[in-house]
Ligand binder design. Sequence first.
Ligand code: KIV
Ligand code: ZN
Length: 516
Amino acid sequence: MSSSNVVKIFDTTLRDGEQAPGCGMTAEEKLRVAHQLEKLGVDIIEAGFPISSEGDFQSVKVIADTIRGCEIAGLCRANYNDIDRGWEAVKGAEQPRIHTFIATSDIHLQHKLKKSKDEVLEIISGAVKHARNYTENVEFSCEDATRTDLDYLCQAVELAIRAGASTINIPDTVGYTVPEEFMHIIRTLNERVKDIDKVTLSVHCHNDLGLAVANSLAAITEGARQVECTINGLGERAGNASLEEIVMALKVRNDMNPYTTRLSTEQLYPASRIVSQVTGINVQPNKAIVGANAFAHEAGIHQDGVLKERITYEIMSPEEVGIPSNKIVLGKHSGRHAFRTRLEEYGYFLEDEPFKNAFKKFKDLADKKKYVFDEDIEALISEEFVRSSDFYELVSANYSGGSDMHPVATVKLRVDGEEFTISESGDGPVDAAYQAVAKLTGLNPALEHYIVASITEGIDAQGEVSVRVEDEGVITQGQGADTDIVVASVKAYVNALNKLRWRKEHPKRVSSRGMM
Ligand code: KIV
Ligand code: ZN
């Protein structure tokens, strides 16, 4: 069992997180998230699954070539093709890692892989040895480990170590285990597997029973020194263990969990916001650490207590996790310099052209809105980050309607660099505008989800619209913000259509489930 008390944070938002329905990200979006993960200080970024598509290969490669200060991992099934392709993608990183895996449970062996236990052991040994030809930094995962016969799990892990793996990952792939049982599994591996103390033991928990964080913490007490997790707990089905919850549980309850990470916790909330903007998935208001209500005190008795002494009802401060205090940042008379300084304080470094666009938008917003908050600025500049991958760009949206008039919307869109305008009618102004966008783009997906929320308080607050669309099985999400909610709705729709077209042009060749 490890004597170190440092726990490595392995972030898989860009790989397992991306496997959540509709969360596919473009290369630019992934790079933007990766920059924030670098700033947050995660130890390892799993940037994607390089063989799954050309797009994913390129995203992993660009992240490996750009990000410094974190190890960059690429996921590969346990076969030579995947590993060769995975290495091509990650090899430019400061510290590249090959992460290879195969299922070890009887259920997966019989129904999915249709292989015997001995055959799988042979595959493990061959795959890890092949990966070792490229690098010493090889992680091996036993998919569905928590439903694997424990003797066989010990055998598989020992073989992977003998073949040269430096990290062994024990996934609770289907979120089935409970803390006591998981502790028993990790303890048994530590007791029985030869040379287990020479590798980093890692865990990777899914949240189907809502136990992913509890199971990860339990495993740490038994010697796991790497946890795999995602921002906002994003991931397949009910998601993965939430990174922010694990990190803050270790920090706030360090008396009970005497382990440290190297993360800058004040970057947690910005990371949560970026992932939410990029994926279009809103964080539930009561989500621990980063939810809108995580630090809101509604009951009078609580408010009274907090005003008298914060620690009566607060176990950590919002500042510690980077939640802005609804500060009025700038007004309509603020200049470029003040605007750039504020952006940099908030952690955004924009190139000249996006900065110019963002500043113009800020001025327009400040004309419409009395107070401009951090959240407004953040929504505004997030549009600048996705620009370069956009096929469609909204130039203008105008509409007329009301209780006695049939709604009509006129939308001007830049499509692949050329401007087009069209007017359409509909059941309401948003419907009319969406019909116009559909005509202009030639895309008419089903609108599965449409949510409007206000970014800050007050009658002049910006509306933030999130949409989810589906076309021939491809699901994407989009977000848009504006003081006019019809315009915000069009921005969100255009954002979702950009991703839809990108997804269709970069189809995944395989899924990480049901392979081999
Ligand atoms: O959940 C899982 O088993 C995985 C592995 C590929 C690590 O994501
Ligand atoms: Zn997983």
